[in-house]
Design a protein around this ligand. Structure first.
Ligand code: ATP
Ligand code: MG
Length: 298
C-alpha cells in the first residue's frame, strides 16, 4: 500500500490484562480501530474503561497482552529497543494531564530535553526549543521553572515538548483535565491549530465540550470500543509533519536507546518518568537522567 494511504495507527484485537495477585483484570478486551493521518480523534468513556491503557499502547509506553499495533505500517511488537526508542522520541509526542515537567528545569530545558535523546546538537536544541515555546505563546517565559508558571502555561510547555521532535502524531491524555474552561479552550485552540498543520491528534477527555473539537470520537466502555462516531466526512487533513516515521530509521545517535522499553506493566508514574527520561530503563543500564539545565542546552 502507498505509505501516504495506509492508516497512521492500526490496532487489531488489542487485549490488556493486568494481574494483581490472583486477580486478572481485562483493562482492554479486544479493541480494533484505525486512525488516518491528519485526523483529530477524541477518546471518551467512563473512568476505568481503558482510555489511558489504550493511549499507553499507542504511545509505545506499554505493550499489549495480545493483539497487534501497526504504527505507520510498522508492527510495534517487532521493533527493537532502539527502533522503539526512536518511535517514542521522534514518531510521536505525548501530553499528560499532570504536565509531567521536570521541576528543576526551566521551560527551555524541559522542551529541549527530548532532543538530547535524539542526538540533536546543542545549538539546534536551543533553537528548536525556543521556536516551540514561541509557537505555544511562551516566548517570554523561557527561563521560568514549572512552579513559576500557571497550569495553562505548564500545559503549553508540555505541548511544546511534544511538538519539538516534529513528530507527526500527538497523543494527549486529558490535557485539559486540570485546567479552567478558558485555559482549556486555549489549549484546544492550540491543538486544533497543530492539527490544521497536518499533525494527527488523539486526545482523551471526559468533557463533551472538549470532544467537540474532534472530528471523530471513540467511545470506550468496559475495555471495549462501544462506538466509533465520525462527526464530519472527509474533513481530515493529510499533510505530514517534518519527521515522518519513515524517516526515523536514519536519525538518532547513541543516546537514542535511553528511551527504549519492553517490559512488564508499570504504573502511569513510572511510564511518565520514562517519557521524561528521569527513570533508568530496563536493559539500558542505570543511566540516572538527572540532567541539569546546562547539560540540556550545552
Ligand atoms: N498498572 C495497572 N495494574 C492493574 N490494573 C490497572 C493498571 N492500570 C490500569 N489498571 C486498571 O485497568 C482499567 C483501565 O484503566 P485505565 O487507566 O485505562 O482507565 P481510564 O479509562 O483511563 O480511566 P480514567 O478516566 O479514570 O482515567 C481500570 O480498571 C484500572 O484499574
Ligand atoms: Mg485515564
Amino acid at each position: 500500500m502507498n505509505p501516504a494511504e495506509r492508516p497512521l495507527i492500526e490496532v487489531r484485537d488489542l487485549v490488556k490484562v493486568y494481574r494483581t495477585g490472583d486477580v486478572e483484570l481485562h483493562a482492554l478486551d479486544g479493541v480494533s480501530f484505525s486512525i488516518d493521518r491528519g485526523e483529530f480523534v477524541a477518546v471518551m468513556g467512563p473512568s476505568g474503561s481503558g482510555k489511558s491503557t489504550t493511549m499507553n499502547m499507542l504511545g509505545c509506553l506499554d505493550s499489549p497482552t495480545a493483539g497487534e499495533y501497526f504504527l505507520d505500517g510498522r508492527n510495534v511488537a517487532a521493533l527493537s529497543g532502539d527502533d522503539l526508542a526512536e518511535v517514542r522520541n521522534c514518531g510521536l509526542g505525548f501530553v499528560f494531564q499532570g504536565f509531567n515537567l521536570l521541576p528543576r528545569l526551566d521551560a527551555l530545558g524541559n522542551v529541549a530535553l527530548p532532543l538530547v535523546y535524539s542526538g540533536v546538537g546543542a545549538a539546534e536544541r536551543r533553537e528548536r526549543a525556543v521556536t516551540a515555546l514561541e509557537r505555544v505563546g511562551l516566548g517570554d517565559r523561557l527561563h521560568h521553572r514549572p512552579n513559576q508558571m500557571s497550569g495553562g502555561q505548564q500545559q503549553r510547555v508540555a505541548i511544546a515538548r511534544a511538538l519539538v521532535g516534529r513528530a507527526p502524531l500527538i497523543l494527549a491524555d486529558e490535557p485539559t483535565g486540570n485546567l479552567d474552561t478558558r485555559t482549556s479552550e486555549e489549549i484546544m485552540d492550540l491543538l486544533v491549530e497543530v492539527n490544521g498543520e497536518g499533525k494527527t491528534i488523539v486526545l482523551v477527555t471526559h468533557e463533551p465540550d472538549i470532544a467537540e473539537y474532534a472530528k471523530r470520537v471513540l467511545h470506550f466502555r468496559d475495555g471495549k470500543l462501544a462506538k466509533d462516531e465520525k462527526k464530519t466526512a472527509g474533513s481530515a487533513r493529510t499533510r505530514q509533519g517534518t519527521c515522518s516515521l519513515a524517516g526515523i530509521q536514519t536519525q538518532g545517535g547513541g543516546a537514542r536507546s535511553a528511551l527504549g522499553f519492553a517490559g512488564p506493566p508499570e504504573t502511569p508514574d513510572v511510564l511518565n518518568e520514562r517519557v521524561q527520561g528521569t527513570r533508568p530503563l530496563p536493559g539500558f543500564g542505570a543511566e540516572p537522567h538527572d540532567f541539569s539545565g546546562e547539560e540540556v542546552l550545552r
